[in-house]
Design a protein. Sequence first.
Length: 279
Amino acid sequence: MRVAIAGASGLIGTEVVRALRARGDEALALPRFGTAPWSVDGADAVVNLAGASVAGKRWTPAYKKEIVDSRLLTTRALIDAIRSAKRKPRVLVNASAVGYYGGRGDEVLEESAAAGSDFLASVGRQWEAEAQRAPVRAVQVRTGIVLSARGGALGKMLPPFKAFVGGPIGSGKQWFPWIHIADEVAAILWCIDHEMTGPVNLVAPGIVTMKEFAKALGHALHRPSWAPVPAAPLKILLGEIASALLEGQRAVPRKLLDSGFRFRFEDVNAALRDLFPGG
């Protein structure tokens, strides 16, 4: 199988490329958007993981535009490439995020749940709508917080824990929709190989609250987890993006489980022990 990948150099993309090659597939890393024309002619599948980090900078109007444009324009370009291909791919697996749902408290969120109304939810709605224009089978993977020892969101959480001042963000009662990087990659390949369509939640079944996650991370690192990060100074320090950290989504992977997918890491303690075996 030949798979074309946008965003192949990122945290998830790197692992997707490695997994595809390990099973004997050809992984074609598309050039950085805007540097060269994209062609997916002859590819069996396309995976789009491109997009500016939502936590990369403070959410100024200019950076919010970059977040939106980096998703919509790349997805639009891929769909144009699919339409113009002489031999079209069979499927487009396009990134999305559980931020699609917005902050919903304790509401259990399967893929049929409505979108939220905040900035990230608006980004998700537009992104998925663009991806659904594909003239082939299309999957929108709504990813939670990916746990990886190589960085990402978890990498930003580690320094205070290693300095013995780690703890939950805000009240700690908000839900923390996580997924181990190994399951994230396996689920993306599953969506390529199986007849999945539409939105698919990529989150572990064993969802925890922020307080429970902080405790599990402290145990894995052999560090305390007693020092919470209050909401007020976080909002002053980070601005609008703080709301995304203080509100969670109780998302569940209903479609993945119903399709027969099996997670390697359903329990957050097991996932963190795997990532930090030495503490």
